[in-house]
Write a protein that binds this ligand. Structure first.
Ligand SMILES: [Zn+2]
Length: 316
């Protein structure tokens, strides 16, 4: 068995409900839930969730508590702890520092807090190594915040902070809108992954590639575009695919219709990831189980998926 490697995992979508409950009580933050049971329900996508809107709503709640340094440090620590206990050897955790500024933190402070949590967890669990990816956000009025994220990434790039990403509503704010941000990323030579081809089509992925992305978050839209598949194979681009999450946002009509098997058979370097452990109620091991059960991947093929992930990691 190859090393368990998780390349695509959002901090805010992977918080322990118990911690959110505790932090809210400690800091007197009003939660839209009267009981812990209600909170748990509201932090998970409904079992029959197939809409992006319903899915994205699930991020509002965790962000309420991610506004202070101790909360950022604690939640990062706990996520690394959860991954280590699952047997994951290497993981890249991502979050958008600009979403944690409501109580006056700077993006540098947000990032430093999360780095502290990651380092403390790695000391306690030496079986795991983690990197942090800083996400810029899709939006129409946040270019300055995105440029700040790029500056923060440049400043802290090293043994923990390892890349920048672009996350958010892809169909509302097309990848093409973020040229100036990624021109800066290119100028600084920062490693890049971009969410693309999830809620928009192949052109969004082509733009991401033109920005220098060697990895693409999801990228399942390529399945409908043979020329793009060829390009991905030729350029050895890695797709960070998150099957359960793709199904929950309605990107595929059913799990078995997900194109991961077709992309793999075409020679694309696809990898298996959780996206959001709490919102999607999943884990890397569960997603790998789906590969076996739904898509009939053999053990040898699973090894190849994990090998692709290991080779595409940002921290070498
Ligand atoms: Zn994602």
């Amino acid at each position: 068995m190859r090393k368990l490697t998780e390349l695509h995992l959002h901090l805010d979508g992977s918080l322990r409900p118990e911690t959110v409950w505790e932090l809210a009580r400690e800091k007197q933050i009003a939660l839209p839930a009267a009981s812990f049971e209600e909170l748990q329900l509201k932090m998970r996508a409904p079992k029959d969730c197939t809409s992006l809107h319903e899915f994205l709503e699930r991020f509002d709640l965790p962000l309420l508590v991610l506004q202070e340094e101790d909360a950022l440090e604690r939640t990062t620590f706990e996520l690394v702890e959860d991954l280590a206990k699952e047997g994951v050897s290497y993981a890249e955790i991502r979050f958008a520092p600009q979403q944690s500024l409501q109580k006056g933190l700077t993006q540098d402070q947000v990032t430093e807090a999360s780095v502290r949590g990651a380092k403390r967890a790695m000391e306690l669990y030496p079986s795991i190594r983690v990197g942090l990816i800083l996400c810029c956000m899709r939006g129409s009025a946040n270019e300055a915040l995105n440029l700040d994220t790029v500056e923060t990434a440049r400043k802290y790039l090293g043994d923990v902070v390892c890349a920048v990403d672009l996350a958010g509503a892809e169909s509302l704010y097309p990848t093409e809108m973020f040229g100036p941000v990624f021109a800066r990323v290119k100028e600084y030579g920062l490693p890049v992954t971009i969410h693309a081809g999830e809620a928009a089509g192949p052109d969004s992925m082509r733009t991401a590639l033109s920005y220098g992305a060697k990895r693409i978050g999801h990228g399942i839209a390529a399945a409908s575009d043979p020329a793009l598949i060829e390009e991905l194979v030729e350029k050895k681009v890695t797709l960070e695919v998150c099957v359960t999450s793709n199904y929950q946002i309605g990107a595929v009509p059913s799990l078995k219709d997900h194109p991961i098997r077709r992309l793999f058979d075409a020679g694309v370097r696809v990898t298996v990831n959780s996206d959001n452990m709490t919102i999607s109620d999943t884990s890397l091991c569960r997603e790998l189980e789906l590969m076996r059960e739904v898509f009939r991947f053999t053990d040898k093929e699973i090894d190849t998926l994990l090998e692709y992930a290991w080779e595409a990691r940002f921290l070498k």
